[in-house]
Design a binder for this molecule. Structure first.
Ligand SMILES: Nc1ncnc2c1ncn2[C@@H]1O[C@H](COP(=O)(O)OP(=O)(O)OP(=O)(O)O)[C@@H](O)[C@H]1O
Ligand SMILES: [Mg+2]
Length: 371
């Protein structure tokens, strides 16, 4: 996708509650027009707080947030081109589906005929044609959620903020709604900023994912970038499964780094690391290779502990001399190591070298000093 216009921009945004609870830290983020961007992170990492600041419900303690170049704090909520869908649908229980969706247009004093036309069209879009006379109590969870989405979209906002909108749905309905939301977003070409703590949901729906950890934005990238080239240890372990080898840099050359780990020595293609630095190497289970003989550049020996079949995927667990377990994964039909001893290695480029002392580490040190 071509990257042109920035529609939402967060610059050095901070949020501190009660003078000392620093829940969002120096957050910088550009959201492009028409993209599906997901804020992903575990519970309490600051996703809702960030979304509420973009919506203008919450003031940043520091920094600025603009939508189309205008500061969000200078506009009244109803003047903004931003709308929000919350996890709890918050439908008006005494109003029909039609009236719930029409609400925003009536507030704007839109002509009656136009309201009817737009509401009916929107209900078709969310596949609720024929439901307009029902009340929320007569709808299923998924149908209520669709009404909430239709109500948020009826005013044609430029940006739609969605805070775990599918959280209350069962798995099957959730999967179906993921597809529908994605289809709707493409069709209407509205910028979505979507909050979830579900990595699979983020990977399947998003153009880009922004990963938050304890108030810090750790990485922003396409699902492939995030999976294939995690920038931090947190990202590597939060998205998908991985094997981590912790160690220390022994030598660096122009494009390679030699790392000593407890069980041997490993070579990685990487730049920007220093001799003596603590590092971790992340290797995805499906990229892990094995050999009966040592392979040049790798000297980590392991013992095969067990092999499991999980439907279409085969997994082997091998144990390093220090007791750490390493996962190897293959698709059904491919081979796993036989029982006994193997040497593990990987293709140059499949081992991602990560700085162990990341932002969160330095922040911990900082807060210890302050205490
Ligand atoms: N109004 C508030 N006053 C004080 N602390 C708050 C307030 N709102 C949120 N917090 C704190 O800020 C942190 C971030 O909360 P936030 O709701 O943004 O997390 P989240 O990432 O959305 O989590 P979840 O996935 O559980 O919804 C939490 O530690 C929370 O307790
Ligand atoms: Mg939240």
């Amino acid at each position: 996708m071509e990257r042109e216009k920035v529609i939402v921009e967060l610059k050095n945004v901070n949020k501190v509650y009660g003078g000392s609870n620093h829940v969002v830290r120096d957050l910088n983020l550009e959201v492009y027009e028409g993209e599906f961007l997901t804020l992903l992170g575990s519970s309490g990492c600051g996703k809702t707080t960030t979304l509420r600041m973009i919506a203008g419900f919450e003031e940043p303690t520091g920094g600025t947030i603009t939508v189309e170049g205008e500061s969000v704090s200078e506009k009244e909520p109803f003047e903004r081109d931003v709308n929000t869908v919350f996890q709890s649908y918050a439908l008006f229980p005494h109003m029909t589906v039609f009236d719930n969706v029409a609400y925003g247009l009536r507030m704007k004093k839109t002509a009656k005929g136009e309201i009817k036309e737009r509401v009916m069209h929107m209900l078709e879009l969310v596949q609720l044609g024929g439901f307009e006379r029902r009340y929320p109590s007569q709808l299923s969870g998924g149908q209520k959620q669709r009404v909430a989405i239709a109500r948020a979209l009826i005013n044609r906002p430029k940006v739609l903020l969605l805070d775990e909108p599918l959280g209350a749905l069962d798995l099957k309905l959730r999967k179906q709604m993921q597809m529908e939301l994605k289809r709707l977003q493409r069709k209407l070409n509205i910028t979505f900023i979507y909050v979830t703590h579900d990595q699979e949901e983020a990977l399947t729906m998003s153009d880009r994912i922004a990963i938050m950890n304890e108030g810090v934005l750790e990485q922003v990238g396409t699902p492939t970038e995030i999976y294939e080239a995690p920038a931090t240890r947190f990202v590597a372990t939060f998205i998908g499964e991985t094997n981590l080898f912790e160690g220390c840099v022994k030598e660096t050359s122009a494009h390679h780094v030699s790392v000593v780990v407890e069980s041997g020595e490993l070579r990685c293609r990487a730049q920007g690391f220093e001799k003596g630095e603590m590092v971790a190497i992340s290797v995805r289970p499906e990229r892990m290779k094995y050999s009966a003989e040592p392979v040049e550049g790798y000297s980590v020996r392991a013992r095969v502990k067990e092999t499991v079949y999980v439907g279409s995927v085969l997994k082997a667990i091998v144990v390093l001399p220090n007791g750490n377990e390493i996962k190897i994964e293959r698709l059904a039909g491919q081979k796993l190591p036989p029982d006994g001893e193997v040497y593990i290695y990987w293709d140059n480029g499949d081992g991602k070298l990560l700085h162990l002392m990341d932002q969160v580490f330095y922040r911990t040190i900082e807060s210890v000093k302050l205490a």
